[in-house]
Design a protein around this ligand. Structure first.
Ligand code: AMP
Length: 289
């Protein structure tokens, strides 16, 4: 695996690859890698000639400075994992490399409603930060294919908008969420959970499964409330339990039985904020399939 810290060196290297008609796949991450990240790397390795991973904990997407300070950093282990997975290139830029003109006057992106709902509502400025870093990384890497996790469902939608806005030809592939055997979605933040919190954390995926299994057309408020109470009974502080249109993420309180839905949860256990979601199956047959 080749390691690049400077954007111009990586850019030139990739320019040569493109000139020799090699396809590229890109997996942007914030490090503290786990099997979920590696599943994206493997997907890219299958689809493309060269796989590039970036590790950069982006300060502009953290609305809470404490969350940024406590974000786990395990760079030596990450490098070992990427090498054993077979990644070709690691981009490990500094803050100055990503934001050469500082972080004060960065671009503002028109994201519409998405910016202010769900994650956007509870993490003001978060998706502006996501766009700022992704725009810069995509400008440097210019990948043919981009692999991102459905675990960050709303982020995938925002990045799709960003690619349109940039007029980019990069193809985005949202990839399935990898889970621990008990159902907890893999996340870098899981390593901050105490053993007691870790046991309770499974309540998030259990709530999503409950919503999926009890979904019927009509009013959905009781179902959301049940899941919220279940999380609270397990010592969670809930930011939101929502059911939304899977295409545009507008909140659905009354379901007509046809629109595709996604259930989304964000909740704190201790001082660790976890998110997860599930695309909901429509009818009993689909659920039992
Ligand atoms: P992060 O390092 O948390 O910014 O994540 C980097 C990429 O990995 C994002 O596209 C995430 O959506 C994706 N990702 C994180 N957790 C998982 C998971 N459990 N399964 C699949 N992809 C994931």
């Amino acid at each position: 695996m080749i390691l690049f810290k400077q954007s111009n060196e990586l850019h030139n290297y990739l320019e040569n690859l493109r000139n020799s008609n090699q396809t590229t796949g890109f997996v942007p991450t914030m490090g503290a890698l786990h099997e979920g990240h590696l599943s994206l790397i493997r997907r890219s390795l299958e689809d493309t000639d060269k796989t590039i991973c970036s590790i950069f904990v982006n300060p502009t997407q953290f609305n809470d400075p404490k969350d940024f300070e406590k974000y786990p950093v395990t760079i030596d282990k990450d490098i070992r994992l990427l090498e054993s997975a077979g990644a070709d290139i690691l981009f490990l830029p500094s803050v100055e490399t990503v934001y050469p003109n500082g972080m004060k006057q960065l671009a503002h992106y028109e994201l519409g409603e998405t910016e202010f709902q769900l994650e956007g509502k509870y993490r003001p400025g978060h998706f502006q930060g996501v766009c700022q870093v992704m725009h810069r990384l995509l400008d440097v890497v210019k990948p043919d294919h981009l692999y991102m996790g459905e675990k960050d469902y709303q982020q995938c939608m925002v990045v799709k908008k960003l690619l349109n806005f940039m007029g980019s030809t990069t193809r985005l592939h949202p990839c399935p969420t990898l889970r621990e055997p008990d159902g907890l979605a893999m996340s870098s933040r899981n390593m901050r959970l105490t053993p007691e919190e870790r046991k309770k954390a499974v309540a998030i995926s259990q709530s999503l499964t409950y919503i999926n299994d009890h979904l019927i057309p009509g009013n959905l408020k009781e179902l959301k409330q049940y899941a919220k109470s279940f999380l609270e009974d397990n010592q969670f502080r809930v930011d939101y339990v929502e059911i939304a249109d899977a295409q545009n993420l507008s909140i659905v309180d009354n379901w007509n039985g046809n629109t595709s839905l996604v259930a989304l949860i964000a909740a704190f256990i201790g001082d660790v904020r976890l998110i997860d979601n599930k695309i909901l199956k429509k009818g009993k047959e689909e659920r039992d399939a």
